[in-house]
Each structure stands twice: as C-alpha cells, then as structure tokens.
Design a binder for this molecule. Structure first.
Ligand code: SF4
Length: 312
C-alpha cells in the first residue's frame, strides 16, 4: 500500500510536470495546507499575492486560496487563465458585504469614498474607490484627505482598529467580520498569557478589540511573520492557524502557541483548507475550474485594486 507521504510526493511530482507543460504558476496563501504551500511558486498574504498576480510571466495562474483572491488575479491578468481548484472556497468576511446593498448605501450617501478590504467579491470591488489589505489599510486611509468621509468595507474590526489609530471620526464601518477571527476567546487568551509569562502575543487586526487590547503586536500575517525574527523565543499567535507552518519553518527553535477559540473550537479557515494537492493536480490537468468575470465588472474593479497597488 502506498503511504500518505509517498502519495503526496507523487502528486507534487505530477504538479511540477503539469506546471511546466501548462506554463503555470501556483500562488498560495499562508493559510492553506502546509503541503499546498510546499508546491507553490510563491506564498504570501493578500497584498503580496495580488502584487504577484499583476506581474507574473505565465499562461496560467493557479490560485491556492479562496474565491476573492482568484478573482483579484483574474481582474489584474484578464488575458491569463486563472484557476481556482475548489470553486466553492469562499470567505465569511467577503460574504458579509453584498454588492447590491453597497450600491444602495452609496446612493443614499453621495460623496462618501468607499475603501474596501481585498476580502470582498469582485462586484463589491466594482463599487469601490480604493482597496486595501491588512498590510496597507493604515497607509491607504492616511492617503485620503482628512475631510473626505469614508465608508470602510466590510470588516468592522480592522476598520475600528484603523479608526482608533488614525483618530478619524468621518469613517463609517460596514458591519462585517471574519468568523474565524471574530471567535477567538479573550478570557482564554488572558489565561494562556498568565500561564506563559513573558510570551509575546501576535494578533491580526481582523480580531475584535477585546483581543487586540491584549496584543503586543498587531499586524497582517506578513507583519507577524516578520516580527518573529526578533530575539523573543515564545509567541501566542492570534490568527488563522495556517501561519504557524511558516513561522515554525523560519524559526524551528522557537515556540508558537495557537490562541484559544470560544468553546474550544478550532482556528482553521475551512475554506482555505479545501485546496488539496489532488484538487491542484486535477485543475492543472483539466485547465478548470476557471475564474470568469464579466468585462464591465472587471474593468470597474480593476481601478480600485490598481490604486492600492500603486500607492507607495
Ligand atoms: S480566515 Fe477569515 S478572512 Fe481569511 S479567508 Fe478565511 S474566512 Fe476569509
């Protein structure tokens, strides 16, 4: 019987062959399965992945991640084939903002600038003035004149964190959130901290304020990864558990403790874990499922992403 490991090795070998045949590149988010990150040409957070999608030299982009990420790649590279191995890999945060409701809100509030987190559908981006990620949200908001009213979409937690840091009063927040980040347990985190004195708490700004006020460092997955280069040895990580793979790989001698969820639930984004080596292999074999976007929607969404990417 073939062991799981050699099966994975065979799949990884076949993926490498198919990549060469198809002139394909694999982009994977940090939250995907470790074996998926291993076969990727590039691994990163949302900002890095969208920048990469805009500049790759390949006929096919396979996006190991969730739908909004693959849509962003297609918006930026319309002439390329963009594959999303598991078409129903979604995002609770992106689902928390509906494009029709946003369009209605805009009609009722003329003159308000819409800043959308990249965790939104392509249709929401088409109604957006400028996108942002957790890496550059502060910079994006600070680039907008202080007297310009803003609607921040869709993450109320990231929005309220940015509002607090900038002291900006004219910023309305959409009532959305990521169900994974929303559900970390503040009491459980306080207990884990007290049991591990001196440990540094690293938190993603998609967490709510009761978590963020206990954090030593607040930042995007890339920011949190970078922070681990410091001399500290032990960390509590309050974000999706997939990032621990990268942290542990870069620092095998350090200790990373996942933060507890309410009711002892797991801190995995199930949608990110839907992408497997099998689904990648099949997508490259069949050049499907493809991401297709209606051209008028793509064009409208493109400006909001390019405005973000071009912000220095
Ligand atoms: S962790 Fe949250 S924000 Fe990230 S893809 Fe999963 S549901 Fe969306």
């Amino acid at each position: 019987m073939t062991s799981g490991v050699s099966q994975q090795a065979q799949l990884a070998k076949r993926i490498a062959e198919l990549k060469a045949e198809r002139r394909a590149i694999i982009l994977a988010h940090y939250y995907t399965l470790p074996e998926v990150q291993e076969v990727a040409d590039f691994t990163g957070d949302s900002l890095a992945l969208s920048q990469k999608a805009a500049e790759v030299d390949a006929d096919v982009i396979l996006f190991a991640g969730v739908r909004f990420m693959a849509e962003t790649a297609k918006v930026l590279s319309p002439e390329r084939t963009v594959l999303l191995p598991v078409p129903d890999a979604g995002c609770s945060l992106a689902d928390s903002c509906d494009a029709t409701k946003l369009a209605e809100w805009k009609r009722e509030h003329p003159g308000v600038m819409v800043v959308s987190y990249v965790n939104t559908s392509v249709e929401v981006k088409a109604h957006t003035d400028i996108c942002c990620t957790s890496s550059n949200a502060l910079k994006v908001v600070q680039s907008i004149p202080a007297d310009q009213p803003i609607l921040f979409v869709p993450d109320r937690n990231l929005g309220s964190y940015i509002k607090k840091v900038t002291g900006r009063e004219n910023m309305t927040l959409w009532e959305g959130c990521c169900l994974i980040h929303e559900d970390f347990c503040p009491e459980g985190l306080a207990k884990l901290k007290s049991e591990n004195p001196g440990v540094k708490v690293l938190a993603h700004p998609e967490c709510n304020n009761s978590i963020l006020e206990q954090a030593d460092v607040i930042g995007s997955t890339a920011d949190l990864l970078r922070y681990c280069d410091c001399e500290e040895q032990r960390f509590i990580v309050v974000t999706e558990v997939g990032i621990l793979h990268q942290m542990q790989q870069s620092h095998p001698d350090k200790e990373f403790l996942p933060a507890p969820k309410r009711g002892g639930g797991c801190n995995e984004c199930r949608d990110m874990k839907k992408v497997t080596l099998e689904s990648i292999c099949s997508a490259l074999e069949n050049l499907a499922p493809k991401v297709e976007i209606e051209e008028s929607v793509r064009k409208a969404a493109e400006g909001s992403i390019l405005r973000m990417i071009s912000l220095k």
